[in-house]
Ligand binder design. Structure first.
Ligand SMILES: C[S@@+](CC[C@H](N)C(=O)[O-])C[C@H]1O[C@@H](n2cnc3c(N)ncnc32)[C@H](O)[C@@H]1O
Length: 286
């Protein structure tokens, strides 16, 4: 019998933490910001939540960009990937919350700004409306007075936009294709379709001033991001306890690396979607 699917597809070990941290810096190089420039950040009483904070890298980057008095909360179901508490900036706090569960009363409308990123391999299509509704409920309606309404920012790679690109016409791509065929069927969470629908879903949940910043990386950045993400395949197989995939990968990865060095790489379109919660939004039951 195949082992049960793990609660989270990645390993939360130092290999994956390095991947997530590097991905953050590549992400901010691509987009040019940590917080979207339309979102006000100068209020000394700002309260910000980073949902699914992981290694906390987005929050710790942000801690240099907002007033030192801002409250920065990292929410997650596990802190196995997070730095030890004593090493975090003093205004960063970690607390458990599962996006698939109701919001604790004290977190309801508690934040001026909520950030979430890289949940494409965590959430399935059917999870999104409920999760989005709960994220909106975390946001205070009275933030940023006299401009009412707090903001949500959601960043994802659109896995459905997958394509192979190459910098040399004769670069090979067979092993890169085989890698996709090996990894994706391992777990239904690895083929998300919902990312490009986020702007429409923001609107359905009553957010306004919605903006979708959709970017394709230039070749040097796309190639580096691809190389960073090559780690994923061994980690997925290990976490799933999939011995067959691990064995196939041993032979496949040297070919994948060879094609990557020839200039072939996996490319994805990336989204940062922002929206404001207007005062008139009635919090719906989560
Ligand atoms: C791929 S990591 C992304 C980390 C971070 N958001 C970033 O972009 O650097 C996904 C994170 O979501 C967390 N996660 C998974 N399922 C969750 C859930 N149901 N509720 C809250 N967090 C969850 C994982 O523990 C992990 O830290």
């Amino acid at each position: 019998m195949a082992p049960a699917a793990p609660e989270y597809v990645f390993t939360r070990d130092y290999l994956d933490n390095n991947r997530i941290n590097l991905q953050h810096y590549l992400w901010t190089e691509l987009f040019g910001y940590v917080i979207h420039p339309k979102i006000p950040t100068d209020d000394p009483h700002l309260k910000i939540a980073d949902v699914g904070t992981g290694t906390g890298v987005w929050l710790t980057s942000l801690s240099n960009l907002v007033p030192k008095s801002a409250q920065l909360d990292g929410l997650d179901i596990s802190f196995d990937a997070a730095p030890p508490a004593g090493s975090l900036p003093p205004n960063v706090t970690l607390r458990k919350w599962n996006v698939k569960e109701a919001i604790p009363l004290e977190l309801t409308e508690a934040y001026d700004f909520v950030h979430i990123r890289n949940f494409a391999f965590v959430l399935q299509d059917g999870d999104i409306p409920g999760v989005l509704r709960r994220l909106v409920r975390l946001i205070s309606e009275s933030a940023n007075q006299p401009e009412p309404g707090g903001y949500l920012q959601w960043g994802e790679a659109d896995v459905a936009s997958f394509r192979i690109e190459k910098v040399r016409a004769d670069a090979e791509t067979d092993a890169l294709r085989e890698l996709l065929q090996l990894s994706q069927p391992q777990d239904s969470r690895l083929s998300p379709k919902w990312v490009s629908g986020l702007p429409r879903l923001f609107s359905t949940e009553g957010l306004d001033l919605i903006e979708a910043d959709v970017r394709d990386a230039p070749p040097h950045l796309a190639w580096t991001t691809h190389q960073c993400n090559l780690l994923v395949h061994e980690l997925l197989a290990r976490q799933a306890g999939n011995q067959h995939a691990s064995t196939v990968l041993q032979a496949l990865m040297p070919r994948v690396v060879n094609e990557t060095m020839q200039g072939s790489y996996w490319a994805f379109t990336r989204y940062t979607v922002v929206g404001r919660k207007p005062v008139a939004t009635l919090a719906k039951d989560a």
